[in-house]
Design a protein around this ligand. Structure first.
Ligand SMILES: *[C@@H]1O[C@H](CO)[C@@H](O)[C@H](O)[C@H]1NC(C)=O
Ligand SMILES: *[C@@H]1O[C@H](CO)[C@@H](O)[C@H](O)[C@H]1NC(C)=O
Ligand SMILES: *[C@@H]1O[C@H](CO)[C@@H](O)[C@H](O)[C@H]1NC(C)=O
Length: 163
């Protein structure tokens, strides 16, 4: 009686053992605990180059569910919010034309800066701090003149040499 019970359970244990080691292998080469961010569900995909595929929830997107459209107040100027996949911290991915930790600073032309103080009027989704896209709010640095995009040093003139 004992033998009859013991044998099938040994077989089951062996099957479980093989199954577990295969699961472990696929975990090692596919899904890991931190493969998908923000509650994303990880699906092993052997034919996927990365070995896994993330199914994202809660409006997240991106290969590892690391991206999200920003909630009110986190990143400005239409930036995308992202989870840094190295240290899991939040960061802002700035659209072209702006920079700063929260994309609050317009990337003005060379020798120019944003005339508004970042964070002074931080209205999310608005561009009160600066309009990065059309450089609205960009002014030339002292000693330079121009439209805030192209600023040339004062006292430098375009000479036409016709020799
Ligand atoms: C993400 O985190 C790593 C490690 O802290 C850091 O070196 C890297 O610069 C960060 N990436 C961005 C885009 O901030
Ligand atoms: C920036 O603000 C101006 C004036 O309020 C508006 O016309 C423009 O569309 C805004 N640009 C962006 C990128 O929000
Ligand atoms: C700034 O200068 C560049 C190069 O000379 C020119 O292509 C561009 O149109 C200028 N932009 C403005 C807004 O004047």
């Amino acid at each position: 009686m004992m033998g009859l019970l013991f044998c099938p359970s040994l077989v089951l244990a062996l099957i479980a053992c093989v199954f577990l080691s295969q699961t472990h292998l696929s975990l090692t080469f596919g899904c890991e605990s931190n493969s998908c961010y923000n509650g994303g569900f990880c699906d092993d995909k052997p034919d996927d180059q990365s070995g896994f595929h993330c199914i994202c929830f809660d409006k997240h997107f991106g290969e590892r569910c690391e991206l999200r459209n920003c909630k009110w107040g986190y990143c400005f100027n239409g930036a995308t919010c992202a989870t840094n996949t190295t240290n899991s911290k939040q960061l802002c991915i700035c659209p072209e034309g702006c920079n700063g930790k929260m994309c609050e600073i317009a990337q003005c032309g060379e020798n120019a800066h944003c005339q508004y103080k970042p964070h002074k009027i931080p209205l999310p989704g608005k561009n009160d701090s600066c309009n990065a896209l059309n450089h609205e709010g960009c002014v030339c640095n002292e000693g330079y003149s121009g439209d805030g995009i192209n600023c040339t040093a004062d006292g430098v003139f375009d000479y036409v040499f016709d020799h």
